[in-house]
Design a protein around this ligand. Structure first.
Ligand SMILES: [Fe+2]
Ligand SMILES: [Fe+2]
Length: 203
């Protein structure tokens, strides 16, 4: 069998880790764009939008705790996926505004009025956008790029849980209905059982 990848001995301008997935049919440049868009959405939500939304859930301390888990797990998602962008030969935009504007999900701004129902609705729809975006990454990498697929599917596991959490809270708060999420408490806030790097590295 001939060697499918053209990387020369000692060459640091090309990567076997990229060429093997290209040879299997991955559009690497498009994949990098998708990952940058998803990273931007995770970054904006964890460090900014979810923070603001959570601050406005005062008096709903149980909802705040669920929101904090979702927020901190988005931070883990950001840190899990950024290294993959660089491994693929991509990079983050060197301009925060430009980066923000590439996000694959619309900004989760504080709703007007900032009622608990409006905030929970926004959180729910934001998780749904994340499920769609990470599923799309799974689709283009399945059977071709096992590393990106593994990272994206670990994130997707948690986004699906987040959707269930906010369906439960919104159904209760808005409709007076019980729609259980099947949620068991995480070990600690921000546990991110599927997506987090080691605690030493990512406290
Ligand atoms: Fe996320
Ligand atoms: Fe999420």
């Amino acid at each position: 069998m001939t060697n499918p990848e053209p990387v020369k001995h000692g060459d640091v301008t090309q990567r076997v880790g990229v060429e093997v997935i290209r040879a299997r049919g991955v559009d690497v440049e498009n994949l990098i764009k998708m990952l940058v868009a998803n990273a931007a959405a995770e970054f904006a939500s964890t460090y900014y939008y979810y923070t603001i939304l959570r601050m406005n859930l005062a008096g709903y301390e149980d909802y705040k705790e669920i929101c904090e888990d979702a927020r901190l797990e988005d931070r883990a998602h950001w840190e899990l996926i950024v290294p993959r962008i660089y491994e693929l030969g991509g990079s983050l935009p060197n301009d925060l505004k430009e980066f923000h504007d590439q996000a694959g999900c619309i900004a989760a701004k504080l709703p007007d009025p900032p009622t608990v129902v409006n905030i929970l609705t926004l959180l729910l729809e934001s998780e749904r956008c994340a499920i769609r975006s990470w599923s799309a990454v799974c689709d283009v990498t399945f059977g071709k790029d096992p590393r990106t697929y593994d990272l994206a599917s670990r994130i997707l596991n948690e986004e699906i849980e987040h959707e269930a959490w906010f369906i439960e809270l919104l159904a209760h708060e808005r409709d007076g209905k019980s729609v259980p999420s099947g949620h068991f408490r995480r070990g600690e806030p921000g546990e991110a059982p599927y997506s987090k790097n080691r605690g030493f590295y990512n406290p």
